[in-house]
Ligand binder design. Structure first.
Ligand code: ZN
Length: 109
């Protein structure tokens, strides 16, 4: 069972209080994009064994979306942070790197 803390309202709860929304930090493609870009936006998602940055919604609480960094192997939550960011905060990147040296994700290293 995942234990998440909503960064919007500060409530900590079990994952049943929240709803997963898939991969975080997707670059959105819409009108004017190529078919391949739109296809990749809709269907090509990462499913890593290890660190995954995800979107979550506090369904049974404030109702707001946020991001979480977690490990899909150990189910450890490295941290949660605002969905209005383009990359994880430095303290979360540091926490991930401390547990998984050499970790990198997309443009983050
Ligand atoms: Zn909340």
């Amino acid at each position: 069972m995942l234990i998440l803390t909503c960064p919007c309202c500060g409530v900590t709860g079990e994952e049943t209080e929240f709803h997963g929304g898939g991969e975080a930090h997707l670059k959105r493609h819409g009108p004017g994009s190529s078919e391949q870009e739109f296809h990749d936006y809709l269907f090509s998602k990462v499913n890593p064994k290890g660190v995954h940055l995800e979107r979550w919604r506090h369904n049974n609480g404030c109702g707001k979306w946020f991001h979480a960094a977690r490990d899909t192997v150990t189910l450890e939550i490295y941290g949660t942070y605002s969905a209005q960011t383009t990359e994880p905060p430095q303290e979360i990147k540091d926490a991930i790197t401390a547990k998984r040296p050499g970790w990198s994700w997309r443009e983050f290293s």
